[in-house]
Write a protein that binds this ligand. Structure first.
Ligand SMILES: C[S@@+](CC[C@H](N)C(=O)[O-])C[C@H]1O[C@@H](n2cnc3c(N)ncnc32)[C@H](O)[C@@H]1O
Length: 223
């Protein structure tokens, strides 16, 4: 975890929320984000976990780049995010496309929000690194995963802070797969597996191309 954010105060938290609200309207203009949503969706589909009877919770749904690809495959998606700006964008898409099975929820566990309900799958992509207390968030995921249900997480492998640079909303410079797997196991999940879901390529300032890999970790709550 980034040491400089260990004592996050109210002011920083306000800035964090403001930042996502501000960025929401133009979020999808970055083709790399759209591509990553597509790649993570494809990696999830390859797992053949999702079925039309499933109720899914997606944490940190953002503008719905992943949500809208998953929603046709399941019964419902509860799309949770801590940014009203992000939820406004996904809501506009839901209304424009007449989608009936996505429900949005404004909730931020870092501000005391508690996930409720029971879901056949809990999914989160590129949101975990924004939450300081990983283990406590994973415990919340476990509590809302139905017995026999699944947790599916996509996020950056360790990147030495190069992916985000100086970004006050980022608490983790990627995750070591084994360490995250241990957190999942301690929370109660089993059958932890990982694979690479995507590789994001970006030009660096020296003209070279930087590659950032994104993992997909899946695990189950015993039935
Ligand atoms: C990098 S974006 C990823 C969005 C989406 N999952 C995607 O892949 O396009 C991270 C999202 O997590 C949300 N987020 C960050 N910290 C959060 C928190 N503490 N509680 C709830 N949502 C949070 C942000 O508002 C943002 O929408």
């Amino acid at each position: 975890m980034k040491k400089r954010f260990q004592r996050t105060g109210e002011k920083e938290m306000a800035e964090e929320k403001f930042d996502f609200d501000k960025k929401a309207a133009t979020w999808d203009e970055n083709p790399g984000r759209v591509q990553l949503g597509n790649d993570v969706a494809a990696a999830i589909l390859d797992e053949k976990i999702l079925t039309p009877e499933m109720d899914v919770l997606e944490f940190g749904c953002g503008t719905g780049l992943l949500t809208l690809r998953l929603s046709p495959l399941v019964r419902s998606v509860t799309a949770v995010d801590g940014s009203q700006g992000m939820l406004s964008v996904i809501t506009a898409k839901i209304e424009a496309q007449g989608i009936k099975n996505i429900h949005t929820q404004l909730l931020d566990p870092s501000r005391g929000g508690i996930l409720r309900g029971g879901y056949h799958a809990v999914i989160s992509s590129m949101a975990l690194h924004h939450v300081k207390e990983t283990a406590s968030l994973v415990e919340q995921f476990y509590n809302v995963t139905l017995p026999g249900g699944h947790l599916i997480l996509a996020d950056l492998d360790p990147d030495e802070g190069k992916f985000h640079g100086e970004n006050p909303t980022v608490f983790h410079d990627g995750f070591d797969r084994k360490m995250l797997g241990d957190i999942l196991t301690r929370a109660g999940y089993s059958s932890v597996r990982d694979k690479t879901a995507a590789v994001v390529k970006r030009p660096a300032s020296d003209g070279s191309v930087q590659s950032f890999s994104v993992f997909l970790i899946t695990c189950r709550k015993e039935g």
